[in-house]
Ligand binder design. Sequence first.
Ligand SMILES: [Zn+2]
Ligand SMILES: [Zn+2]
Length: 322
Amino acid sequence: MSITESLLAPASEGPDASEPEVPERKSWTEQITLTLFLVIPFAAVVAAVPVAWGWGLTWRDAVIATFMYFLTGLGVTVGFHRYLTHRSFQAKRPVRVALAIFGSMAIQGSAIQWVADHRRHHRFSDREGDPHSPWRYGTDVKALSKGFFYSHVGWLYDWDKTSEAHYAPELVADADINWVSRKFTWWVTASLLIPAFIGGMWSWSWQGALTAFFWAGLVRIFLLHHVTFAINSVCHITGRRPFKTRDRSQNVWWLAILSFGESWHNFHHAEPTSARHGVRLFEIDTSAITIKLMEKLRWVSDVRWPDAGIIARRRVAPNSAN
Ligand SMILES: [Zn+2]
Ligand SMILES: [Zn+2]
């Protein structure tokens, strides 16, 4: 086991060898629901062009949409990813439950399923067994185009389901996180209704509720979906590779702001448990800033900030300008 793997999977959090990796199958209901949640926000974005042209986007909707984008986006990056999957820090109970709920509101699957898929991605990155490698069909242009689509959204339709008991046994055994996972439909509903409620109250009109539902509900879900998906597709195809990894993960600067720092994906694969992914001065990492703030407020503790020595050791070559 490499250092990276042992860091990723200490006994208490990694794949549980005692639980066999039993292949599970997705149901038709899951596949149809998935389609609805991909197609309806997409239709909203198509509709958004004439809507924005005709009536414009009000400040009110822009503010609510930005708020919802931050809440659910950080729920995924800080909550699902850096906390639940990689244990980059410890969190107090209300904070851990809140993070799991906000992540669920991004509508990318339940907390435990998300973690299980992502741990499998790290275990097999760009090799056989990776749930979403863009390189699975080969390296020529045609194979890579197909691979891009697969890694971006196609993999979600794989009938095989990653075993939660195998990849996230400690979360299955965790009463709080298990409860949040099982109530996934509640958080999906909340994710759609909260923007409508805020818009309605703010404008004191049904029209305000409807436009907020449209922009801060549907369009926001679409944008966050595809930014998250781009970490799996774009960040394993193009970018820069200043750090040593056995996969094709890359740092992609132009996705940094929208992805809350997750697009510094090469360093993430080099040092998965690090609470910070963007390690250089101008590598904006809003998730790391959020964790820092929560640390100051004493909501979280034992944060794994990478020291200069670790960062230097992970580099491809000392002082490499790559
Ligand atoms: Zn990756
Ligand atoms: Zn990760």
